[in-house]
Design a protein around this ligand. Structure first.
Ligand code: NAD
Length: 287
């Protein structure tokens, strides 16, 4: 039996499968934004386990980013940490040129960086609005634009992948579930959804695939308050038909699949990885 995460109320820690290492991304190179923590870190590590070389982008925590790079090197891949604010055009451009300098090519971009700055709408400052849209939406545009320039130039390298490049946009269930008190975040993720689909349509003829992952509640620092006490966890479970929180590696494994040729005919689609959070859990008992 798995050990209980909260010993006094019998809530399971993650009962989720561990998967064998499958080197489906051997020879490919990736940039994962915001990968010094949480979901980005898990995505970078799973890509590394699958054989990819990875640039670990961070905005402030150099030490954690270097630890992630070291872990990937232990799986045999190249990896290095690079500081860049994804909302800054110059810093994003510097990051992509460094990836090319170090790896010689680029096959995968995971647009993962994201932040929350919550407030009731009538108290939200322009700074809070702009900051969240800047990192969550402008950041995805700036990174995708640089990646697409490189993918178009490279074209398809059949010995590496069927596609000229793959972009994965980290969104959220809040790209379709409205979220009171978080309108800047929900608006940014709704924007990411339509950005992802429009870019996918535009660049598909170049054999570039663009897809989204919309996580539900995943155990990371961004939502620490929602799972760190038994009361908060129990409250959270009302929203999740599958009755457990998700783990970052579960998002990482979906990212590996979306980046691999196993999903070559998947384009412009969002994978909701949410334990059923988008299934209207209020109707669980029949409504
Ligand atoms: P996190 O706080 O651990 O990760 C966010 C990352 O973004 C951090 O590494 C941070 O350094 C980076 N970042 C912040 N500002 C940046 C900037 N200006 N430039 C570059 N990087 C920057 O939280 P997380 O849960 O791992 O979030 C990762 C992504 O997953 C986010 O896009 C978030 O919206 C999304 N998401 C998370 C959940 C969840 O339940 N944890 C649910 C839905 C969506």
């Amino acid at each position: 039996m798995p050990k209980d995460f909260y010993t006094n109320n019998n809530l399971p820690e993650a009962i989720y499968p561990s998967c064998p290492i499958n080197r489906v991304l051997e020879g490919q190179t990736a940039i994962v934004t915001g990968s010094s923590s949480g979901i980005g870190k898990a995505v970078a590590i799973e890509l590394g386990k699958a054989g990819a070389d990875v640039l670990i982008n961070y905005s402030s925590n150099k030490q954690s980013a270097e630890e992630v790079a070291k872990e990937i090197q232990e799986y045999g891949g190249k990896a290095f940490a690079f500081k860049a604010d994804v909302s800054s055009e110059v810093e994003v451009q510097a990051m992509f040129s460094e990836a090319l300098n170090q790896f010689g090519s680029l096959d995968i971009l995971v647009n993962n960086s994201g932040i929350q700055q919550d407030a009731p709408i009538d108290e939200m400052t322009l700074e809070q609005w702009d900051k969240v849209i800047g990192v969550n939406l402008r950041g995805q545009f700036l990174c995708a634009r640089e990646a697409i320039k490189i993918f178009k130039k490279q074209g398809v390298k059949p010995e590496i992948s069927c596609a000229a490049g793959k972009i994965i946009c980290m969104s959220s269930v809040h790209d379709i579930i409205p979220w009171a008190g978080h309108v800047n975040y929900a608006a940014s993720k709704g924007g990411v959804l339509m950005f992802m689909k429009s870019v996918a349509q535009e660049v598909a003829p170049h054999r570039i695939r663009v897809n989204g992952i919309s996580p539900g509640a995943i155990r990371t620092p961004i939502n620490h308050e929602a799972w760190s006490t038994p009361e908060a966890y129990a409250d959270l479970m009302r929203l999740i038909p599958y009755k457990r929180i998700g783990e970052p590696a579960e998002i990482g494994r979906v990212a590996v699949w979306l980046a691999s040729d196993n999903s070559d005919y998947i384009n412009g689609t969002t994978m909701y990885v949410d334990g059923g959070m988008t299934l209207y859990p209020g109707f669980e008992s029949g409504g």
